[in-house]
Structures are given as C-alpha cells and as structure tokens.
Design a protein around this ligand. Sequence first.
Ligand code: FAD
Ligand code: NAP
Length: 604
Amino acid sequence: MDFRANPATLANAIASRETTPIMMAGTATRPERPAEVGMVLDAVVVGAGFAGMYMLHRLRGLGFSARVFEAGGGVGGTWYWNRYPGARCDVESMQYSFSFSEELDQQWNWSEKYAPQPEILCYANHVADRFDLRRHIVFDTRVTAATFDEDAKCWLIETDRGDRVSAKFLIMAVGCLSAPNRPRFSGIEDFRGPVYHTGEWPHEGVDFTGLRVGVIGTGSSAVQSIPIIAQQASSLTVFQRTATWSVPAWNEKLTPEYLQAAKADYPALRAKARARPTGFYFPYNLKPALEASAEERDQQYEEAWARGGLPFLGAYGDLLFEKAANDTIADFARAKIRGIVKDPATAELLCPDNVFGCKRLCVDTGYFETYNMPHVKLVDVSRTPIERFTADGIEVNGIEYRLDAVVCATGFAAMTGSFDKIRITGRNSLTLAEKWRAGPRAYLGIASVGFPNLFMITGPGSPSVLASMIQAIEQHVDWLADCIGHMRDVGATSIEPTPRDEDAWVEHVNDVSTVSLRSTCSSWYVGTNIAGRPRVFMPYIGGFPVYVQKCNEVMSGGFDGFVLEGAPASNAAPQVRYTERWRVPIDIEVISPAALAARRVPMV
Ligand code: FAD
Ligand code: NAP
C-alpha cells in the first residue's frame, strides 16, 4: 500500500482500537491490520512501557507527531510481560510511580507498600487512559530494523507487520530488562511438560496445583515466585547455580491514614528522592561500618533488617566499597539464613559466599522459609550444571528430577538485549550491534556516535537500573523533550555526540564502576549472566543526582559534547521546559563532599 495515497490508514488502524477493551497479549491473537508504508513522523518511539508512554506524552505536549510501536498487546512493558506469581516492585510504590503529574500522585491510591504486578499494570493502563496515549500506540508490532538516511537525516523504521515509516527521531524505550534469557538446555524440546519463562508469563495464569514443578534460577523473579509456587505444587525442586542475598520485604497494606499523610507531603518526598543516589528516598547512614563496634553494627543491622527491603544496604555508607565492611553485613545475613532454614545442609547451600549486594539485592516474602516445607528441595547446580532435560524432568549429575512443569527464572539479556534484536544501521552502514560488539558505547547513555537523532531512554552508561527506574526514565524523557524542542526552535536537523566526549564518558563510567564492589562479581550488570557477552559494567554507578547534574550542565552549555547540524544557533543554550524540575541541589547530607571526592557514592 502506498501510504502517501492514504495517509490516515495507520491512524485509523490505531483509532479503531480505541473503542475496544485493553488487549492482553498472550490471550488474543494479533488483530489484522494493513501494513503501513510511507508515513512521515517527527518521532518513532519503540516500546510502550513507562519510558515509551511518558515519551509519547511529552512529544505530544510539544506538538510533535509521534507513534509508539509496541511488541506486546498493551502498555506497561515489564508489568505487561512479567505476570508470574508473586511479581511486585521492590521500590516502594509511593516512589515507584510517575512524579510528573501532581494530580496523578494525589488521585492514585496504592494498596500495598510494594504493589503487586496486576496493580502496577492497572496503573500503567490508567496513565494511558488519563493522558489519552493509546491512540498513538501501535500494539502487537515489533520493530525489526531502523536505517538512518544520511541525506534526508531521518530514520526508516520497519516492523514485523510490514510497516515502513520514517521519522526524524528514533527513540528507543525498549527497556533494560525486556529480552528474556532462555538458556539452550539440551533436550528441552523432549520435555513432555510446559516450560515457562517468568518474563513471558501466560496471561491466563498457570495453576500448579498437584504438579511437580522445577524452578531454574534464584534471582529476584525466582525469589518472588518460589514461595507462591510452593503453596500450589505437590513438589518443588529449585535448581540453584548461585545462592542469592535476599532481605525481607515486610510488605503491608497501606492504610488511608498513611496515604493521606504521605500525600500531604508528596512533592517534598519526590524532591528528596531526586536528590538521592538511588533516585528514591530512604533513611541512610553515611557512617562507615568499620568505625562501629561489633555490637553497634549488630544492632544497626537488626534495625535495618526489621525495616527490610533495599534500604537494608543503607545501614552503613561503606558496605559496597570496603570488602571488610561488606563481610560484616554478609555475616549478619548468613546468620539470618541459618536461623530461618532448619536443615543445616540446605541452609549452607542457601548462604551466598559472594559480596553482599554485588548482584542486585533480592527482596522477599518468605523465600528462605519456603525451604522448610517438606516438599521443597534445593539442587546445587553450581559445580555440576543442568545436564539436560529428559522427557520426564531435568538431569543433574546423573540424577533425574522428575517434573511436570518447569519455570525458567533465568533473567534477561540486560541493558542491550532488546537493542540486539533490532537491525539498527547508522551512518556509513555501521550497525549498532557491530559498534557495541565489545560492549555498549553511548554518551550519557542517551546517544551513540554514528547514530544521529537516535536516543535511548535509560541506555547503557546512565544510572538506569541502579536508580529507581521510573525516576531515571522521567529524567531522560524530560531531557530529550527539551533537546528535541530546542532543535525545532533553532531549526537543527541532526544531533550526534562527538567521539571524544563519548569516549570520555564511557571511560568515566568504567572508572567509577571500579570503586564499587559491585564490579567484582558476575552478574547481569556486567553482562556475564549470559555466556559469550563481553564483560562491561553497563549502568552508571556514580549516583543519580551526580549524573543529573552532568546532564543539566551538558544542556546549559548548549549541548556540550554533541554536534548539532542545520542551524547557526544550534548549540545555543536551550529553553528549558521540562528539565527545570531536575535542577535541584545535590543532597550533601547524603552525598557528602568527602564521599563525592572519593567517588564513593552509596548506591542500591
Ligand atoms: P520496559 O518496561 O521493559 O518496556 C519496554 C517495552 O519495549 C516492552 O513492552 C517491550 O515489549 C517493548 N519492546 C522491546 N523491543 C521492542 C521492539 N523491537 N519493538 C517493539 N517493542 C519493543 N525497577 C525499579 O526501579 N523498581 C522495581 O521495583 C522494579 N521491579 C522490576 C520487576 C521485574 C519483574 C522486572 C523484570 C524489572 C523490574 N524493574 C524495577 C525494572 C523495570 O524494568 C523498570 O522499572 C521499568 O518498568 C522499565 O520501563 P521501560 O519502559 O524502560 O522498559
Ligand atoms: P536474574 O537476577 O538474572 O536471575 C537469574 C537466575 O537464573 C540466576 O539465579 C541465575 O544464576 C540463574 N540461571 C541463569 N541461567 C542459568 C542456567 N543455565 N542454569 C542454572 N541457573 C541459571 O534474573 P531475574 O530474577 O529475572 O531478575 C532480573 C532483574 O529484574 C533483577 O535483578 C531486578 O532488577 C529485576 N527484578 C526485580 C524484581 C523485584 O523484586 N521488583 C523482581 C524480578 C526482577 P547465576 O546467578 O549463577 O547467573
């Protein structure tokens, strides 16, 4: 179909769905629609999670024409796909939510301290309706390729539905944890039962009642789902390659009184969160653990354990920087595991021997307690890996564990996995995959040399997964909206980082990572959860406000480190429309000058 002859076709296809109920991917087949060829847009956004939704909102607010392409059948991204039992956020919901609209903050009521997945998905749908986003989102459509046209200075975007549209800006909102890691276990196709991945959970749910279930993995998804699956299954076998650190959530219902009190001061809470290294607020103790006596430390850890959650790592300021300090919290947490798990051999197997909090810390409800149930078994696959699937189960070290269903809680090709699946071709026919073969390279985690007018939301080299992600998303989107608005103001046709500034930023990201113990272990932060990926510490660990300050300076300096083409005043200081709210002073109570000087910025 020649789009130019019928410019409304795609819009009609989208609009026709406005009247239909929200579609749940996995429960519905993809609705038929004609492929769209030739549409010309200001911006194409890939992904309709929180990042893509907010980007669309901002672009439309500035009067730009935009389309979002989303592989799933609805909005919400992570919360659309990860419907496994027990899925919920691990940043408190009052903070794990958009902060750009005070009305939204005031009107939405979270039911629990850590909201469950269905409620977060409901929130995403509410946001989509409230801001009328759905009519510019094309669901059930995966972007497969994007090619930069150097003459026209625009991107040609192709999808698996045959669409071919062009846009001046291509904005990747594809998510940091959105490409499931499905290890290629030998014989998996012979297994007679179903195999699920937590990140692609069937929308109709799974009933494990009376079944012998195997779970592979012990990361956050496993830690959340294992206690619930254990309640249903007739037997549960957990295959553990690396024991995990986990802290109790102490999740609870939020009372109307709590909500009222919190909302009375919501803007202040949001502002405090922005000033924090993690992008969310919690009481933090900057004092070094090694300066406290053993008794003081124990008391401090007990109190922090009793509060639970990720803030446990805020018990002292040096826990992620001094191995000896980390040993003290690790010993405390191991004692907790041994105190909970009754069988000594199982308890020992569950005690991690790596740095506490090196991999992303897990937050659980009854995870370790689950191993006291007589029908739950832990199988160590650290030295003798899973050999194969058989028709009836999984074989490890010559022993067959007979199973009816298997859950792969095996995580994601983090940070770059969803980029890898799209053929992105920039200047001089260079593909992003080729450029990133030895690890991702991006200036501020926002843009990459050779790929003009392509932006990433929470891309590698930005705080992203080391901050409360919705805050990180909002800050990027506001920055991009101001940048794109500025380009229109001055008539700039393209923007691209300079090689010098990109190299310096990538080097800085690497340098800062080495001050943290987090760089020392094998995890998805460094890509080594998947064989063959280069070992690079991908997120920026220098702290959210430090990073935001850098972004502000880059913008105030007329897009320092970027080349803008097409207008003489391109690199003038821009009109700051949305980034104003990120220009808050760094909270020196938390990031003391000494901590900054040592670049010992506490992180969760
Ligand atoms: P996503 O939500 O991942 O959305 C990306 C979207 O892009 C997806 O819908 C995907 O289908 C789409 N997409 C990708 N490639 C294509 C393509 N080629 N074409 C079309 N569409 C495409 N973070 C926190 O800060 N706190 C938490 O408590 C927390 N809990 C989490 C729990 C789980 C189970 C997981 C997996 C992650 C969690 N995270 C958490 C991280 C979470 O990913 C972010 O908080 C946030 O939801 C990311 O939003 P996003 O829009 O950037 O990406
Ligand atoms: P993950 O943390 O990467 O955990 C994957 C698990 O699978 C690990 O235990 C891993 O072992 C194991 N594994 C992978 N391949 C294996 C193989 N071939 N054989 C045996 N074991 C294998 O993934 P995730 O649990 O999905 O979590 C990813 C991230 O998403 C989290 O870190 C967090 O940021 C986010 N998340 C958050 C929440 C929340 O609480 N809100 C919930 C879920 C996810 P190794 O450790 O040895 O590699």
